[in-house]
Design a protein around this ligand. Structure first.
Ligand code: UDP
Length: 239
């Protein structure tokens, strides 16, 4: 894949990267650093859609594991993603990047609802659009939300910024001999159940031919390096 041909990206950040070195919640200093990364990427001329997870605050599965009703817990998780979106909006605007938050669960006192045509207009005007609350339904994740928004906004790539530097053939946290792929196909990811994104997100990207670029957002400057074609990453694509 040639990065210079990319005009519009969807950047998915897992909620846990907003924690910085904390165990929980939002570290405003770290969010400010992430905002600088997004600003630098935007200054290269890219149009940027953002999706942020909620795992630093609440995950529905964790609530369900402790006896909560899964759907109820998932709605709490979706609300967590809105908090993260507002934190990132604040950080981006403090460094001079205009943004809009659009939520799949309407809450008109704090953000806009998801309206594709309006989001298009925001991007044309140079705003970063942060999509919150995933797909707006329980039993999904923000990975699926990211794939959905990447498809409807016709993004050229889905960049998944996370705490590992790509996709491995086994879990690098448990297996020191795990090997990182430079590229891997959607079908291999699905067949081998490789930990990239959940299966529905990967399938949606495959069906819409959206490459998924998995990279570590924890290293400073890495987003810019990846976009310049020089960083460490794994690209999930057709072949
Ligand atoms: N969630 C949901 N539907 C969605 C998106 C998210 O129910 O479309 C809930 C789900 O409980 C999930 C939580 O929101 O666990 C936080 O999102 P996610 O786990 O994807 O966050 P991340 O792991 O990226 O931080």
């Amino acid at each position: 894949m040639s990065f210079p041909t990319i005009k519009r990206v969807l950047l998915k950040l897992s909620g846990e990267v907003l924690m910085g070195n904390q165990q929980f919640g939002i570290d405003p200093e770290f969010v400010a650093e992430l905002a600088q990364e997004v600003k630098a990427a935007k200054e290269t001329g890219l149009e940027i859609c953002l999706v942020i997870g909620g795992g630093n605050i609440f995950r529905g599965m964790a609530g369900a594991a402790k006896g909560m009703d899964r759907a109820q817990a998932d709605y709490m998780g979706m609300l967590a993603t809105v908090m993260n979106a507002l934190a990132m909006q604040n950080a981006l605007e403090q460094c001079g990047v205009p943004t809009r938050v659009q939520s799949a669960i309407e809450m008109d006192k704090v953000c806009e609802p998801v309206i594709r045509r309006r989001a298009e207009r925001h991007l044309e005007k140079g705003r970063v659009v942060i999509f919150a609350a995933g797909v707006g339904a329980p039993y999904f994740t923000t990975d699926s939300g990211a794939a959905l928004r990447a498809a409807e906004m016709k993004c050229d790539a889905l960049l998944k910024g996370t705490s590992v530097d790509g996709v491995y053939d086994s879990d690098p946290k448990h297996n020191p001999d795990a090997v990182r792929f430079d590229t891997v196909t959607y079908d291999r990811v699905l067949a081998d159940n490789l930990k990239v994104m959940d299966a529905s997100a990967v399938a949606l990207c495959r069906d819409n031919k959206i490459p998924i670029v998995v990279f570590s957002i924890r290293e400073k400057g890495n987003l810019a390096r990846v976009l310049a074609g020089g960083g460490v990453q794994t690209i999930v694509q057709d072949s």
